[in-house]
Design a protein around this ligand. Sequence first.
Ligand SMILES: [Zn+2]
Length: 402
Amino acid sequence: MDVNTLNIGGMDFNVVAVLVTVTIFAGVLGYFLARRKAHKESLLQPASPPKDYTVFLKGIQYILANDTDQAIEAFSKAVQINSETIETYVALGNLFRAKGEIDRAIRIRQSILLRERVDAETKLQALFDMAMDYKLGGLLQRAISTFEEVISRAPKRLDAYEELESLCEATHDWQRAYELQQEMRKLSNTNNQHIMAHLRTEQAKIEIEKGNLDSAQAHLKKALSLDSHCVHASLQLGELYWLKNKKKKALAIWKKLVHKNTKWAHLVLVRLQEKDGAADEETRVLDFLEHIEEENLDAVAQMSLARCFMQRNRKEQGLASLKRSLEMEPDLAEARQLLGEILLEDGDEAEAVSEYRELLSHLGPARKRYRCQQCGLETDKILWKCPGCHDWDTVQPRKRNG
Ligand SMILES: [Zn+2]
């Protein structure tokens, strides 16, 4: 039995099918109750069983038997027999969507939108459903424009803002995503400034790619004014100053970041690993590295620090960092491999072989470097928004044995 099935009385049911059935059943029940009332009110009309009743029941039976195709056919017939049952239309649309038949789902929504005797609220929901169909069908721009229409008709509909915002993120429209977060903040009165800081930082990264460094700087300053603890923004602001050849400022920002939150030191050091510059700047970088050395660095940061020292011909300091790294985490394969390489370079083959032997004895299943505190997703790459639970800032460096 997979996660999408329910076991009722020893039989497995598809969860989507059961939900759709419940919706349809409620709609059908409402419809027949209304008809019964109409029957009672009209003494002239003879009481006869509704023709479409059996078709509905058949449809429900098919759904319970997981036969979506037959169910769709039965419901389609029912809708033709009586075109006033709007709930059936809605449920039929949802059934098509669940089956991945997006075109047919969309046609159903369109037919609801075009009907005259349908109230505004039902039409609004059909528009929302249509936007969801587009999204699930991968037609993101259409989904965006349809959600835009939903919020223009219903400016207080928070779920539409949320859907639209996540689509703007997916299509990298950071400006619109930011504006939507502003609206959502007003509507729900929740603190989302940390998210807004990430969105501004993403926008800054695009400006940097385009070469608009001043505009990028404005975005990053705004990001840090929204959330002064935003690691993403601090890292990027340092990078920006580096690009602007203001290396002293870049290093000052990174130094502050590491001091405030040592667990992120490796991200700064990895950036420095890739950089080299003129001799006077190198002195500044070495000062920075020596200062960082005094912080309470974790094994991964110590290893990055070792690489930074090695690159700048500070072998002794590099080896010291590397050994500290391995003392903290003996099975950190990357560090042991680096140590082996250094020993080989030095011609110390016996020591190198012993290190590699040690490396083999510590090889186990690869441990991911980051873990989401919310949903447990594990990753080797830092992700500011978790792709599992879609929360921001929940992915954190894993602690040793954590
Ligand atoms: Zn998560």
